[in-house]
Design a protein around this ligand. Structure first.
Ligand code: EPU
Length: 418
């Protein structure tokens, strides 16, 4: 198992290129199963999660190749079963349900198990498939869906914690090839949903309103092959912006989409970080006085839950008190105890973290738990005095392409050790 050894204190300086979005790539790769024709997906980040999705697609029966950020898929014949051993390794495998049901009118996909960031049910996905007219049941740990009577329908996909990103994606994929009209109300508005819709439209789907809470899909008979480039990863961009802020650095982000980062930029500005657009690039300057900022995570366009942990690291060294409230995954606070090992002062109060900014953090061995929590710990290591060792970095390799190399190129003293 790899670990990162970080010697903190170096302000990040220079340029960093933002990779393609993990959370766009995963459902888009699944969507290639909707057609027997060749699809070419560009800008796919080289991560353990995206490699794994390519392996799953192959397991389902497609021919697929992943080379230099380009995934080519030809799914002439596909199976309809995704077994437990595949799904337990990556929760996002649940987004195979939509394409299998759409293309083959049946699917048997293992129910994803527990997740370190809290309960992650799929009830709303299943509600959506039922509203399309599918017969859906859970048996022996599998979702078994029979779509022979699917005819489209109107559904409300909102839940206690807002809408569902992969649930919206799943229903869009199945509905794209289901005769009749489907209307998704309270659809997720995340840019990754829009990206998937754009890919499906290139394949011949008729989808309107993606990016708004009401998405209308007029089902077509068949989808054809298509080429697509995934959007830049807004969470990777937000993480590097926060890294610049935490270290008091000066970083230019190449290829990010500021229009996808409104809530993150707004909170960084509130915290005293300077963020400017420079043509297609974004410049972040973290030197100078910082102010505490309260954050509440929300569905897009609100502040993303996937940036909560990283922003908390920034607040641990910002004078004053900030309150960070998690509304999407109320238990997503694994980073709190590890940040505490570095000297951060954070009290948990239900689904809120009350952070009292300290003058400094001090390096120590810490343990990565999930993807975004691990990113927060790396950021903390970059600013902590002395040496921080972040163990179990395979979590971070799931979602950040070569993060250690990118940080090193910005002047960070970070080494990967086996
Ligand atoms: N929810 C339900 N029932 C459902 C589905 C979701 O109650 O059937 C709840 C969830 O428990 C959660 C909320 O609804 O409280 C939102 O969950 P959502 O379904 O939107 O999450 P997801 O689609 O499974 C994606 C990202 C996550 C990201 C969330 C929220 C992918 C592969 N994953 O998950 O990304 O946190 O949306 O934005 O797209 C990450 O990249 O680190 C990550 C966890």
């Amino acid at each position: 198992m790899d670990k990162f050894v970080i010697n903190g204190g170096a302000p990040l300086k220079g340029e960093v290129a933002i990779s393609g979005s993990k959370n766009s790539s995963l459902p888009i790769l699944a969507a290639t199963l909707l057609t027997p024709e060749r699809c070419v997906i560009r800008g796919v980040p080289d991560l353990s999660d995206t490699r794994f999705m390519v392996e799953i697609i192959k397991h389902i029966g497609a021919e697929a190749e992943f080379k230099d950020g380009v995934v080519t898929v030809e799914a002439r014949k596909i199976r309809t079963i995704a077994p437990y051993d595949l799904v337990r390794k990556m929760r996002a495998s649940v987004c195979l349900l939509g394409p299998l049901l759409g293309r083959r009118r049946k699917a048997k996909v293992s129910v994803p198990g527990g997740c370190i960031i809290g309960p992650r049910p799929i009830d709303i996905h299943l509600k959506g498939f039922r509203a399309l007219g599918a017969d859906v049941r859970i048996e022996k740990g599998y979702v078994i869906a029979d779509g022979k009577n699917m005819a489209g329908g109107t559904m409300f996909l909102g839940g206690r914690f807002g809408s569902t990103v992969l649930g919206t994606a799943n229903v869009m994929m199945a509905a794209a090839v289901t005769k009749g009209t489907t209307v998704i109300e309270s659809a997720a508005c995340e840019p990754e949903v829009v990206d998937l819709a754009q890919f499906l439209v290139k394949m011949g789907a008729q989808i309107h309103g993606a990016g708004s809470p009401t998405v209308t899909i007029h089902g077509v008979e068949h989808l054809h092959g298509a080429e697509h480039t995934v959007i830049p990863d807004r969470i990777e961009a937000g993480t590097f912006m926060t890294a610049a802020a935490v270290t008091g650095g000066h970083v230019t982000l190449k290829g990010a989409r500021p229009d996808h980062l409104g809530a993150v930029i707004d909170k960084l500005l509130e915290a005293g970080v300077k963020v400017e657009r420079a043509g297609p690039d974004m410049v972040v300057r973290g030197e100078g006085r910082r102010e505490p900022a309260d954050v509440i995570t929300m569905p897009y366009p609100g502040f993303p839950t996937d940036m909560q942990a990283q922003f908390m690291t920034l607040m641990t060294i910002t004078p004053g008190i900030s309150v960070i409230t998690e509304k999407i995954y109320p238990e997503r606070f694994m980073h709190v105890a590890e940040l505490g090992r570095l000297g951060a002062n954070i009290a948990l109060e239900g689904s809120s973290a009350i952070v009292k900014g300290m003058p400094k953090l001090s390096g120590a061995p810490i343990m990565a738990s999930d993807l975004r929590a691990s990113a927060a710990l790396v950021l903390a290591g970059l600013v902590a005095h002395g040496q921080t060792t972040v163990n179990r970095v395979y979590h971070i390799d799931r979602g950040y392409e070569r993060i250690d190399e990118k940080l090193r190129a910005l002047g960070a003293r970070i080494e990967r050790q086996k």
